[in-house]
Every structure is written in C-alpha cells, then in structure tokens.
Design a protein around this ligand. Structure first.
Ligand code: HEM
Ligand SMILES: *[C@@H]1O[C@H](CO)[C@@H](O)[C@H](O)[C@H]1NC(C)=O
Ligand SMILES: *[C@@H]1O[C@H](CO)[C@@H](O)[C@H](O)[C@H]1NC(C)=O
Ligand SMILES: *[C@@H]1O[C@H](CO)[C@@H](O)[C@H](O)[C@H]1NC(C)=O
Ligand SMILES: CC(=O)N[C@H]1CO[C@H](CO)[C@@H](O)[C@@H]1O
Length: 328
C-alpha cells in the first residue's frame, strides 16, 4: 500500500473510532456528565435533595419513577408533564391518568435548589430523570448512569395523554404498539412494567376485573380467583378512590417480586396480566419469577436509559425552564 493510502485508511479508522465513541457518550445528543462544566454540583444537589425526601417518605420513590415514565411517553422526556394548565391551554397534568400523579412539589423543590446554585442551566426534564434514578436506587433498586442534556418543552396538551400513554385496560397488542412508536421493544415492555414492583393504585384501575368485566357482572378469567376475593375486600363496587398495593407485601421495595405475582396471575391491571399473552414477555416474566438468578435489576437500568432518551429535545431546541410548572 502506498503511504498516502495507508494514511487515508488510518484516518478513516480514526474517524470510525471517534464516531463510535461519540455515539456511545452522545446517544440522541445526551451525554454523561453533561453539567460537569456548567453546574458541577447539579447531580449531587439533586441526589441530596431526593435523599432528604426519600429517607423521610420512601413511598415517594414510586410517584417519582412514574413521573419520568409519564413525561417520556407524552411528547418525549421534555418535562411537559410538569407544566400547569393556563387560561388558554389544558395541560397533560389535568388528564384522568394524571389524577394520581404525585411528586410535582418534590421536583419543584429540587429545581429551586439547583436554580440557586446555577440559574437557568439544568432542565426540569433532567431533574425528573435523575430524581427517578436516585429514588429507585435509594430503595435498594438498581443504579444507572443518566445521560443528560435534555431541554424542556414549551407545549403540554391534555389530549395527547390519551393517545400516547398506555392505560391499565390496554391489551398486549396495544401495549406493543404504544411502546414500539417510542422505539421500545417487547423486552423493554416486560422490564419496565416491573416498575410496578413499587407503589399503589386506585381501585379505579382494577374494579372492572373484580365486578363487571364484560358488562355481565362477571370477573376477569385471567386473574387468579383467590386474588379476586382478596382484592374485593379492599375495592368495593364503584370505589374509585381506595388505594391498593400493586406488589402487596413488598410495595416499598424495588425487587423482582412483581414478576412472581404476574406469573401467578396476580398482576393488578389487565396491562400487567397481558404480559402473559406474548411469547417474549411471557418468557421474561417466568424467567424473572423463577428462583435462578434474576436479571431484572440490570435489565431495568438498561431499559430506563433507553426510555430516558425517548423524544428528547437537545441543542437549542426548547428551553431551560426557570420554574418547572411554567414555560419561561
Ligand atoms: C406498561 C404500561 C403501563 C401502564 C398501563 C401503567 C399503568 C399504571 C396505573 C393505572 C397506575 C396506578 C395509578 C393510580 O391509580 O394511582 C400505575 C402506577 C404506577 N406505575 Fe405504571 N403503568 C405502566 C408502565 C409503567 C412504567 C414503564 C413505569 C416505570 C418504569 C411505571 C411505574 C409506576 C409506578 C411506580 C406506579 C405507582 C405510583 C404511585 O405509587 O403513586 N408504570 N401505573
Ligand atoms: C399548578 O397547578 C396545581 C394544580 O392545579 C397547583 O396545585 C399548583 O400549585 C400549581 N403550581 C404552581 C407552581 O402554581
Ligand atoms: C386489543 O384491543 C383492541 C382495541 O380494543 C382490539 O381491536 C384488539 O382486537 C385487541 N387485541 C387483543 C389481542 O385482544
Ligand atoms: C355492568 O356493566 C353493564 C354494561 O356496562 C351495566 O349495564 C351494568 O349496570 C353493570 N353492572 C353493575 C353491577 O355495575
Ligand atoms: C394535578 C392535576 O392537574 N390534577 C388534575 C388531574 O385530572 C383531574 C380530572 O381531569 C383534575 O381535576 C385534576 O386537577
């Protein structure tokens, strides 16, 4: 090979390597340590603020995790779930599935602390992503590095929630499709559903399965009849407000017991039970439920990073909100 050719192929190899490396650290324009220069203490301020909250009230980990999921599925992870309605716009927060969202105050409080140190630098969307990671790891769940650099959106529309956010009555076909449009596959669906290892639900999401499944006063045949009896003691007909644990007995601990429940036909929602209706998600459920070595913690970390990249705004898109409930 001539020297010129050698040099060219060497340069080409370098370029390929650089592209590969930058692709790793720069997935969808996000990167690890994004605030390293502009707000070096951002991640530790958020960690400490989240720790103060979770050590006092561990059950707040669940709503903080769920907030990140709702943010990412509607318009991408760009903080639109945090925006308040205005005189001329009804925001996502006002949608029925949001009735039960909590943790807005926690995020607003963390944001205020971060703003004190570095005004206008750290996005609300990144704070939501970090608070979800921090709180999960604080209740003995997995820890993962969160690629950062999300920018905040300026738009939040009520009706988009119904189109984009999966609901408890969705079947496996609907779930597959709603995850696929976000670039998430069946493994992600099974893994991320494991988020239901913590937290509570209103009876609203399960009552149809207990009392009137097809409109003939019947129950959902895909739920363990003994479990139906138990749930009926908590959720009375027409009750929309009582809370039930989604992973009874271990609803404060981030573990793989959700899959043991689903495998025993004791998943709370139709959407949980639906994981048994696809060969891949079914196999995942049974594998995690079995006694030999769960991979859930590792898988969850990986799928959370993936979910955290859905529809992000980067570069000069969007803005860095001053207050998470309002556009600038
Ligand atoms: C697969 C589609 C999903 C559906 C249909 C779904 C549905 C629901 C519903 C109906 C509730 C109960 C809300 C209430 O009545 O208070 C809930 C709670 C919750 N969800 Fe999901 N979810 C899904 C996926 C996820 C994902 C991907 C995560 C996180 C990775 C997640 C985390 C949570 C948590 C932590 C709670 C408890 C919240 C609390 O205790 O306040 N969910 N979900
Ligand atoms: C946003 O709206 C909610 C619900 O209406 C309200 O409780 C909250 O105080 C508002 N947030 C701010 C910062 O005004
Ligand atoms: C899922 O629900 C949709 C809409 O209700 C329905 O058209 C479809 O047949 C259902 N699929 C399965 C597998 O039950
Ligand atoms: C069950 O659902 C059907 C159809 O929606 C309704 O007509 C009936 O009143 C319901 N029964 C009860 C006990 O709620
Ligand atoms: C926080 C928030 O905006 N909650 C709203 C959720 O949705 C219900 C019903 O649509 C509203 O009444 C709540 O204000």
């Amino acid at each position: 090979m001539a020297t010129g050719q050698k040099l060219l192929s060497f340069l080409f190899l370098q370029l390929v390597l650089i592209l590969m490396v930058s692709n790793l650290s720069n997935a969808k324009g996000l990167s690890l340590g994004y605030y390293h220069k502009t707000c070096p203490n951002a991640e530790s301020i958020i960690w400490k603020a989240t720790h103060r909250v979770i050590s006092r009230a561990p059950t707040l980990a669940a709503p903080l995790l769920r907030l990140h999921f709702h943010d990412c599925f509607v318009r991408g992870c760009e903080g639109s779930v945090l925006l308040n309605s205005t005189k001329t716009n009804v925001a996502e927060r006002a949608a029925i599935p949001n009735l039960s969202l909590r943790g807005f105050n926690v995020i607003d409080g963390i944001k205020a602390e971060v703003e004190k140190e570095c005004p206008g630098v750290v996005s609300c969307a990144d704070i939501v992503a970090l608070a979800a990671r921090d709180s999960v790891s604080m209740i003995h769940g997995p820890y993962w590095e969160v690629p950062l650099g999300r920018r905040d959106g300026r738009v939040s529309i009520l009706n988009e929630v119904f189109a984009e956010l999966p609901g408890p009555f969705n079947n496996i076909t609907q779930l597959r499709q709603m995850f696929a449009v976000k670039g998430l596959n069946m493994k992600d669906l099974a893994v991320l559903s494991g988020g239901h290892t913590i937290g509570t639900s209103h009876c609203l999401g399960v009552n149809n399965r207990l009392y009137n499944f097809t409109g003939r006063g019947d129950t959902d045949p895909s739920m363990d009849p003994n479990y139906i009896v138990k749930l009926r003691q908590k959720c009375k007909p027409g009750d929309t407000t009582t809370l039930v644990e989604m992973d009874p007995g271990s609803f404060k601990t981030f573990d793989e017991s959700y899959f043991t429940l689903v495998a025993k036909r004791r998943g709370l929602f139709q959407s949980d039970a639906a994981l048994l209706n696809d060969p891949e998600t079914r196999a995942y459920v049974f594998h995690q439920a079995s006694t030999h070595g769960s991979t859930f913690a590792k898988d969850f970390a990986k799928s959370m990073v993936k979910m955290g990249q859905v529809g992000v705004l980067t570069g000069n898109q969007g803005e860095i909100r001053k207050h998470c409930a309002f556009v600038n």
